[in-house]
Design a protein around this ligand. Sequence first.
Ligand SMILES: Cc1ncc(COP(=O)(O)O)c(C=O)c1O
Length: 279
Amino acid sequence: MGIYYIDGIFTDSDSATVSVNDLIVLRGYGVFDFLRTYNRKPFMLNEHIDRLLNSANEVFLKVNYSKDEIHDAVMETIKRNSQYSEMNIRIICTGGISSDGVTPEGNGKLLVMVTDKKDLPDIWYSNGVKVISERTERNIPNAKSTDYLSAVIAQRKAAKVNAVEAIYTDSRGFIHEGTTTNIFFFKENTLITTDNDILPGITRSVILDISKEKFSIELRDISYNEIGTFDEAFISASNKEIVPVVDFDGITIGDGKPGKNTLELIRIFREFTENYGRI
Ligand SMILES: Cc1ncc(COP(=O)(O)O)c(C=O)c1O
C-alpha cells in the first residue's frame, strides 16, 4: 500500500477517494500527466507539470494550484513512499463537483498517485514488438485529458492479436501516435516523426534532442502507405522509454529485427536517464 496526495491531504492509497459527483466521474472531465522516477528522481517533472497545466488550459479546466505547489506535492509524495525504489507517478486535476452535473464550478482537486514501477518484458527491447493501426482521431490531441475511452478500446483490440500498441490513423490515411506512445520511423539515417495532432510526448522531446547530433530529423506527416518503405520503427513513452517495432499490421519493418539506429538510441537514452537520476 502506498501514500497518495489527495488535495492537500496525504492518505493511504486504499482509502483515497474522490466524490462520485466530481465531473471526472460524471463526464470524464479532468486532465492528468504521467511520469516515472530514475533513482527516485522524477524524470522531467517541470516539463510534465507544464504539459499538465497546458492540458488544463486547453480544456478550460481551472487548476487551484501553482506550478510550485504541484511540484512540492509530487516531491513530498515521493518522499513519503520510501518503500518503492522506482515509481510511476500520476498527477491528476479533476473537473470538480458541479451542481448541475455538467458545468465546472472551479473547485477541482489535485491528486498525486504513486505506484511501484514494474519493468516491462526484456523481449520487447531485444526482439521488438508488433503494433496495429486504429482509425481514431483524438479530441484536442495536445491535451492529456482523462478521457481515454478510445485508447482502452484500441488497446483491447491490440491485445487480442498480441500487439503491444495501437497506432491512431486519421481519415486521410496519416499516422499520428499510439494510444499512450509517440511513434518514430527511420529511413536510413533520417529519423521521421509527425508534429501534427499528437500529444507532445516528453520522451519524444528528449529523443529529438539527443538525436540532433547523430541523425537528420524530419518532422512531417507520415502516410500509412509509407510503412513498408521504412527501415526501422519504434514507439516512445515515459513508462516504455524506446520500444522497437518490427511488425505494423502484419507489415514487416526492415528485416523484422530492431534496427541499429533504434538500438543506438535506446543506448543513448538509457545513458541520459542514468545521468539524470544521478544528479
Ligand atoms: C496519446 C499519447 N501520446 C503520447 C504519449 C507519450 O508521452 P510521454 O513520452 O510524455 O509519456 C502518451 C503518454 O501517455 C499518450 O497518452
